[in-house]
Design a binder for this molecule. Sequence first.
Ligand code: ATP
Ligand code: MG
Length: 272
Amino acid sequence: MFDLNATLGYAPPLDVNNLTKEQTAISIEGLNLYYQQKKALSDITMTIPKGQVTAFIGPSGCGKSTLLRCINRMNDLVEGCRVEGKVRLHGKNIYHPKVDVPTLRRRVGMVFQRPNPFPKSIYENVVYGLRLQGSKESRFLDDAVERSLRAAALWDEVKDRLHENAFGLSGGQQQRLVIARAIAIEPEVLLLDEPTSALDPISTLTIEELINDLKSKYSVVLVTHNMQQAARVSDHTAFIHMGQLVEYSDTDSIFTSPVHKKTEDYITGRYG
Ligand SMILES: Nc1ncnc2c1ncn2[C@@H]1O[C@H](COP(=O)(O)OP(=O)(O)OP(=O)(O)O)[C@@H](O)[C@H]1O
Ligand SMILES: [Mg+2]
């Protein structure tokens, strides 16, 4: 039968609530998280697809960053934080006692709200993780710098000043440098926690275009306060409210026909 969608190259969105094993990057099952006595996440169960952009949205304090940090065990660094449940990366539970956390964090890179380059040259920022892994050969490192900076849409702006200090870059350039540093070690997943909230509109657009390019190689999870941003760059959106996953679906459905009243109230700006 003639398939118009196939002819036009249109693929219907994946159903994130019914992903196959092959389509899944991360699966979270019965996740509860406590800061001391305070429960910050309640019984979160969801699967995050490979090679797509998934956004976490919700009001301030609802647990977006907390959930994101569970995916590379950043919460381990918080005293009094306790996690129950499972988070699987490509099928393996990352909370298993035998998991090597530094290796996990190489597989799951993270970028924060404020650009945080190291006080080193642009070049040394990008090769930082590779040097930690023992890479020394300059030809290999040079190639990695060019590849990562190109992938982060920064190469043309900095190729003539690679050995200058990274603090000389603009905020938007610093954030792209931090993304280049994260992808230099070729992670499987990239976690972005409000990566543009400290940036001007032009830098924000550049990063949004970059996020769209990154998903061809990485599974991207993006926390954002900005609903237009979630609508522009994500394939799937999870709405979180008071530590609970209220609704999770393809981004178009969340923004055009939310099932839950709370989701609708949030996306129409009634609170948050
Ligand atoms: N290190 C911590 N110790 C104790 N409580 C924390 C800690 N980090 C977060 N919380 C609490 O957990 C809850 C969820 O916080 P979280 O930072 O995940 O929210 P968020 O959705 O990312 O908010 P925002 O949009 O403001 O960044 C909040 O009530 C917060 O106060
Ligand atoms: Mg946050």
